[in-house]
Ligand binder design. Sequence first.
Ligand code: NAP
Length: 263
Amino acid sequence: MKRIVVVGANGNMGRTVVKMIAQKQDFELVGAVDVTGVGEDIHQILGLDAPTIRIDKDLPSLLEAVKPDLVIDFTTPEVALDNIQVVVEQGIDMIVGTTGISKEELIEIRKSSQGQNSIIMAPNFAIGAVLMMQFAKKAVKFMKDVEIIELHHNHKAESPSGTAVKTAELIGEVLSEDKDDAEEIEKISGVRGGEMNGVNIHSVRLPGFVSHQEVIFGGLGQTLTMRFDSISRESFMPGLELAINRIDEIEGVVYGVENLIDI
Ligand code: NAP
């Protein structure tokens, strides 16, 4: 039985994670942390027939009290960095779903705290998104002109998305610098998006979207478009479940679900 604390439990992702845990015989929710709904029973909020778990606002004292096997964080980058520090210091395994934190930041915290725990961080737990990123890395060997358009709901805090950053990182591992684009004149600042590793990234924020991304490659007389759509937050749960089940097997920090599956 994996005893789990969810941080950001009353947020959109946190609630979905709490529902998933309640459906699994091998997982048990032993604590919920959030700044909203403090003192309320998260299972009751979600209409679940499960033991009372009151939302707590203080992660360190909750960890001391319940001693979980695993902490799952879906909050905000600033909050998650503090949480990682706390969890690492207590030597508890952690899964970080919160985006906007770099792998380097994570490794640094773990090193400075002489952390002994295992951490899985993934900007996107949806298997389809993981495949899209890996396919994009393969395609850029043959089509070096590429741009990313990521589309998310209008409540998403940071831009670009962690998935877009990770995609650009993977493409950057392969992309050579010899692009032959014309010199650009931007008549509206930012209209060509932001650039990372030679890849332009465009962020769209609109109500109605969940999490979507297109990677568009251009070549002589041809384009190739890869598109991934998350149409509900349940899409992230199989990958998260995989990470929970595999965390005992890993050591140190694993960044990305692709490292947990054989693509
Ligand atoms: P959300 O609905 O805003 O949920 C975040 C929750 O954390 C909110 O309930 C928020 O409360 C709470 N929170 C804020 N400060 C806190 C603190 N100090 N301690 C504990 N909880 C705190 O956002 P979301 O849509 O669930 O997304 C959460 C994160 O997951 C984002 O970084 C998002 O990009 C990421 N995400 C990752 C994946 C993936 O596959 N890795 C998929 C989807 C989303 P308030 O609302 O009161 O501030």
